[in-house]
Design a protein around this ligand. Structure first.
Ligand SMILES: [Zn+2]
Length: 477
């Protein structure tokens, strides 16, 4: 026992000596990191800005393929500023967990402990939180000295709007996560449409949802980063009155006839006659859910490092001087046009209207179009007016519904569209066309506000006034 004890302390001594030999870089402090559930060596490296080799050097016996036991202590090198920021973040987290208010740093602003992710630069973080680059650097001596030193895993203290501080990292700090409770008959496309997102988004936020998409049960919970503010809903019983049919009742509640039908959970078929006094189950939207709403103004801003949409095949830029967007916007427009050209069977060229001015900012008469993420696009028209680049009033007689649907779908399928504003009556023409052409009901339920009435927020494609001669695409951040 004695010998064993001696051996152990000798080993510990050797470990200490070896540790001292591999000193942390100058100015950095040695700390221990205790392994918790889910830790990997590469994540620990990212967290402290260390390479795998540096971690191995600091921890003799630890190798990149070692199994990390819970509670094992790993020695890490931490820059003092980083260590201090983490300590403050932990203190703030504890205070908030104990029910204290977050630390204020200005009117309506609080400190957010932000952990940089891969791809972050000072500029990217600034635009994500609507800050100036100087504000992002402001609380970090290291970043002030060298803005390019920002690494994934690095902690930053940011002074942001309270709304942003309450938002979830999974939701790109735009909104908190909402937990949707499934009602009878709902499937992922209904749920996606309700929140203005797409089914693949839901599958990203909810592991295993895709596999059980056809077997959702009432009461199941689905996490969502809502692009349309979530509303609490109540179950009410509607008694059928004289002259009412499914369509009339659905519209009264801002629902599609299909939604109203599914709420009856199999007890009603589409062709069934309704009798006066018959009771139907309706889920009615009420107030915006607590903690949501108060939508931030995402219409104003500026455009840094803008790119001008150059002329290209299958599209005409109406006014190049007003066609400045983010690099992403320009790339997505070109990708959507290319997809349209393939699907439209040599349709007329796409008419691209205003994006933003060079440098962005206020752009009357537009309300938005300020930060290079909005673009106006002409509907595809038939006949002599098809090649007229001016935006012309579209309607039943001149709208090429088939090609307009191909164009809308091409934009939506970039998976980077936040919304498309489109006149409600034109939605109907395109929806009816797409349906008769065999488009799946799931896709239509997910994408279109129609036929729920122009007042109901639903789907990526929604009504907004003055969108009868062009549609407006807002791309995601
Ligand atoms: Zn517009």
């Amino acid at each position: 026992m004695r010998i064993l004890g001696l051996g152990t302390s000798a080993l510990a001594l050797a470990w200490l000596v070896a540790g001292d030999a591999s000193a942390c870089p100058k100015g950095q402090k040695r700390e221990t990191h205790e392994i918790v559930q889910g830790d990997s060596l590469s994540e620990i490296g990212a967290k402290y800005g260390m390479s795998l080799r540096e971690l191995e050097n600091e921890n003799p016996g630890l190798r990149r393929d070692s199994i990390l036991k819970l509670g094992r202590k790993v020695r890490v090198c931490v820059a003092p500023e980083e260590a201090a920021a983490r300590a403050r973040a932990a203190a703030r987290e504890a205070a908030i967990a104990a029910g204290e208010a977050p630390v204020k740093c200005g009117k309506g602003k609080v400190i957010l402990d932000y952990k940089a992710v891969s791809g972050d630069t000072v500029g990217v973080v600034a635009s994500r939180f609507g800050l100036r680059e100087a504000d992002v650097q402001g609380r970090s001596a290291a970043l002030k000295k060298d803005p390019d030193s920002l690494k994934a895993g690095q902690r930053l203290e940011l002074c942001v709007d309270e709304r942003r501080a309450n938002a979830a990292p999974e939701c790109n700090y735009e909104t908190p996560i909402f937990e949707h409770v499934v009602v009878p008959g709902e499937d992922p496309s209904d749920i996606a449409g309700r929140y203005g997102v797409r089914s693949p988004d839901l599958f990203r936020w909810n592991r295993g949802l895709k596999e059980r998409a056809r077997r959702l049960h009432a009461g199941d919970k689905v996490k969502v980063c809502p692009a349309i503010a979530p509303r609490v809903r109540d179950k009410v019983i509607h008694k059928v009155a004289k002259g009412e049919n499914l369509g009339v009742i659905a519209l009264k509640y801002g629902l599609s006839p299909g939604e109203l039908l599914t709420y009856q959970d199999g007890k009603l078929k589409i062709d069934d006659m309704l009798s006066i006094g018959q009771e139907l189950i309706v889920w009615v939207d009420g107030a915006i859910a607590p903690g949501f709403g108060g939508e931030y103004d995402d219409d104003t801003g500026v455009l840094k490092k803008g790119v001008q949409l150059a002329p290209g095949p299958y599209y005409v830029v109406k006014a190049p001087v007003n066609a400045w967007g983010t690099a992403k916007t320009v790339r997505l427009i070109q990708a959507a046009v290319a997809a349209y050209a393939k699907r439209s069977n040599k349709g007329p060229a796409v008419h691209v209207g205003d994006i933003s001015k060079k440098g962005g900012g206020k752009f009357p008469p537009h309300r938005s179009h300020q930060h290079g993420r909005d673009v106006d696009v002409g509907y595809v028209l038939k006949g002599a007016v098809a090649d007229e680049p001016r935006f012309l009033h579209a309607g039943r007689s001149n709208l090429d519904a088939e090609r307009t649907w191909a164009l809308l779908k091409a934009f939506v399928d970039t998976d980077e569209v936040r919304y498309i504003f489109m006149d409600y009556d034109l939605q109907r023409l395109v929806y009816e066309h797409a349906k008769s052409a065999g488009e799946s009901q799931d896709t239509l339920d997910e994408l279109f506000q129609y036929p729920r009435g122009r007042g109901r927020s639903h789907g990526i494609i929604r009504h907004w006034k003055n969108h009868v001669n062009h549609f407006h695409v807002r791309f995601r951040e």
